[in-house]
Design a binder for this molecule. Structure first.
Ligand code: MG
Length: 332
């Protein structure tokens, strides 16, 4: 039985990227026999709250949800419909949470993963005018690393403004906003601000462009938008330095774990990221965070009214609550 609930959350600062801007977001929370999951649909992957609810309805009627047979889950979810990765993630997360609660173990333990206390998440600075971006940084101090959204005219000045506000590491994410020639110029200009890596500089299908960057640029490049599942990774091998895995793209924890295995085999760096999410989806992604190189799990700290409590950055480092499953609970 899949129970669903809509939750509206409010962003602390307008969340603006090349994909658009938002001050709030509607999320779909699911409860499967006490296991909690979450879908945070994004329109550039063709999903909405409506498509998520529609998919969950069909899944509710057609799926047998046995937590001890999770290996068959992806195929079962795909047989209902292709795509719908956020909706699938909600089910996968809820079943992992329920299995962990049944066994009284955190999900990371189910995967044999040793917990760590030294996992720093980045804090995202949204596209705005440089002064506002400086203010966003100053108002959210104490992070080891900031991720600055770029990919628009004037973005060099935006990074310069954030650099004025912090000595912490800075990574940038162009969300496919640059052409290859533009990316070469911009990344060279950004070098003086000490950039850790550049996420998705180009359109995800611009393989020619990625090849050009490989020759012209030393800063590591991480692919995000074009990487949904494990099968998407090999085509980027040798063209980028790493990939950004998100549960809302992969369809859940199980496929994200497979992606980590594939990326490691291809000697690629691994980042784990998120959408605008509550502590349910963030806590789920955090279960795999000890395995990756870069962590960007700030969805729950970018919002001001998270209805849930779970894994959350404290002084910039992920703090895991001593609870089974994904460790998320409703705030009382
Ligand atoms: Mg990104």
């Amino acid at each position: 039985m899949i129970k669903t609930k809509l939750v509206d959350v409010t962003l602390k600062d307008t969340f603006r990227t090349t994909h658009g801007a938002a001050d709030s977001k509607r999320l779909v929370i699911v409860d499967i026999d006490g296991g909690l999951g979450e879908a945070s649909p994004v329109n550039y992957y063709g999903e909405s709250v409506e498509t998520v609810l529609d998919y969950l309805n069909r899944a509710s009627e057609n799926l047998s949800l046995d937590t001890l047979q999770m290996e068959g889950l992806s195929a079962a979810l795909d047989s209902i419909a292709a795509g719908n990765s956020a909706a699938k993630a909600a089910i996968d997360i809820a079943l992992h949470d329920r299995l962990g609660k049944n066994l009284n173990l955190p999900v990371y333990a189910l995967y044999g993963i040793a917990p760590r206390e030294d996992i720093a998440t980045s804090y995202t600075i949204s596209i705005s005018d440089p002064d506002s971006m400086k203010r966003q940084t100053l108002q959210n101090p104490g992070y080891q690393v900031y991720k600055v959204k770029v990919g628009v005219p004037g973005d060099i000045e935006m990074v310069a403004a954030v650099r004025e506000a912090t000595k912490a590491r800075i990574r940038v994410d162009a969300n496919a906003g640059w052409s290859a020639r533009e990316a070469v110029q911009k990344i060279k200009a950004l070098a003086k601000y000490d950039i850790e890596f550049v996420e998705q500089p180009l359109h995800w299908k611009d393989f020619e462009g990625f090849r050009l960057l490989r020759h012209k640029i030393d800063v590591p490049i991480i692919a995000d938008e074009g990487i949904m599942r494990a099968e998407d990774i090999p085509q980027y091998s040798g063209l980028v330095d790493g990939i950004n895995i998100k549960l809302q793209k992969s369809g859940g924890i199980r496929e994200a774990y497979r992606m980590i295995c594939v990326a490691r085999a291809l000697k690629m760096k691994i980042m784990i990221g998120c959408m605008i999410e509550t502590s349910i989806a963030i806590s789920a992604a955090a279960q795999l965070a000890p395995l990756v190189d870069y962590v960007d799990l700030d969805g729950n700290i970018l919002i001001s009214d998270d209805p849930y409590d779970g894994v959350k950055a404290v002084n910039g480092f992920l703090k895991y609550p001593p609870r089974p499953g994904i460790g998320a609970i409703a705030r009382t």
